[in-house]
Design a protein around this ligand. Structure first.
Ligand SMILES: [Zn+2]
Length: 420
């Protein structure tokens, strides 16, 4: 999600008009199965997770897409697309009412994943699991429509295709093209979705409308934790809430997720996360210093222009974020050297550039603190008391600060404070 946010923010930075669609696939085998397990209706179940998901996006300062269609509200479009494929003889209905896409009828099948017929067969064999397989013309064919089965409970739609529900792939084909047209510009997703999901999206949409589905595919690589695949059984599975509960800052988590190139594997380590608040503090200190300069004046226009040019050159190159961040740090280092000389007008120019960069990075917003020295002395005294395990004194200092409107937070990076 942070990857798409970087892409959309950078497109806006460059002045593109943006229309971003993020579909909510709120009906599929797993949502039906798990909603039944919890004894909830599908709607109740998916709405809970959709809301939790949107809250997490907000916490990570991820912008929300302009349009967020839900699969369950777009069934008509899916039926329409499947009808077209049936009419063209590219899809077929089995005796039990399932409808499949016939891969042999779409000659470009597998072009995205660079698959040929042999490894497609192998992939399909490896995934042979459900009892309906024997009904297919070809083992590689995939479901567009699933006829109603008692296991679906009350989840079904009565349509011209019969009573049933859409397959997962068709949901995405329909929701993207409906709001963006075909072809649309960019499709983003995880590298694990290239086959079969994105491959099948292309097949359905291009076979039906005989034009390109989308112009560019951006696939982000896997997220690892401590060098290993994230999984519940390995005990290295974190939710955002787990990390926040441990005291990590949402902006630090965002920065960690953001600062690895999207096509590289991101190796998430708590040790790295602990270092990030120091980096963020550098941004905050720098921006706060710019607010209080009082020098004679110093021409910073060259430094600012250079930074913007370097930032864009890196980001234009397939979102090279390390290059982009390097340009920002270079500017900060260069300006820090002449900070004493800057007039408020110079500072304003630097600040404007930083705001531009942060419209993409989304990590620099912070609460400005004017802690006077007496408060700092109290914070230090409390730290000393804590180090000496004198918790009574430490607690009384905490209360004293609280009365002054200062809240202390003990984080993995030591104590931080904010105004109440
Ligand atoms: Zn999809």
């Amino acid at each position: 999600m942070v990857v798409y946010d970087l892409v959309r923010r950078y497109l806006k930075y460059k002045g593109y008009k943006l229309k971003h669609v993020m579909n909510i696939t709120d009906v599929d085998d797993k949502t039906i199965r798990d909603s039944q397990k919890e004894g909830k209706s599908l709607k109740e179940f998916t709405e809970f997770y959709t809301e939790a998901f949107l809250n997490d996006l907000k916490t990570l300062n991820i912008e929300i897409a302009e349009i967020m269609p839900k699969a369950t509200e777009e069934i008509d479009g899916m039926v329409e697309l499947i009808e077209i494929l049936l009419d063209k003889g590219i899809a077929y209905k089995t005796d039990s009412g399932d409808i499949y896409f016939s891969i042999s009828k779409f000659k470009d099948y597998g072009k995205l994943a660079l698959l040929d017929a042999d490894n497609l067969k192998q992939n399909a064999d490896a995934r042979l699991d459900s009892s309906d397989e024997y009904e297919k013309d070809d083992v590689r064919d995939f479901a567009l429509w699933k006829a109603y089965d008692e296991a679906d409970g009350d989840v079904f739609w009565d349509t011209s295709l019969g009573k049933g529900r859409p397959g997962w792939h068709i949901e995405c084909s329909v929701m993207s093209s409906k709001y963006l047209g075909q072809p649309f510009d960019i499709h983003i997703g995880g590298v694990d979705l290239i086959f079969p999901h994105h491959t099948n999206e292309i097949a359905q949409s291009e076979a039906a409308y005989e034009k390109k589905f989308c112009n560019y595919w951006l696939h982000n690589d896997h997220l690892l934790v401590n060098g290993e695949k994230m999984s519940k059984s390995l005990g290295n599975f974190y939710t955002l809430k787990d990390l926040l509960d441990k005291g990590y800052d949402a902006k630090a988590i965002r920065y960690e997720l953001l600062s690895t190139h999207y096509r590289s594997k991101l190796d998430f380590r708590e040790d790295n996360l602990k270092k990030i608040p120091d980096t963020l503090q550098k941004f905050y200190d720098f921006l706060d210093k710019l607010d209080s300069v009082n020098g004679e004046g110093h021409d910073v226009s060259k430094l600012v222009d250079r930074a913007k040019k370097d930032f864009e050159k890196a980001m234009d190159d397939d979102f090279n974020i390390s290059g982009g961040l390097a340009a920002v740090f270079d500017l900060m280092n260069a300006v820090n050297k002449v900070m004493d000389k800057l007039s408020s007008k110079d500072a304003k120019a630097v600040k404007k550039a930083m705001e531009g960069f942060d419209s993409v990075l989304g990590v620099m917003e912070h609460e400005k603190l004017e802690i006077d020295s007496s408060i700092q002395a109290l914070v230090n005294k409390r730290e000393e008391a804590r180090a000496a395990k004198d918790f009574k004194t430490a607690d009384s200092i905490r209360d004293e600060l609280k009365e002054k409107g200062i809240i202390l937070e003990d984080t993995p990076n030591g104590v931080r404070w904010k105004k109440a």
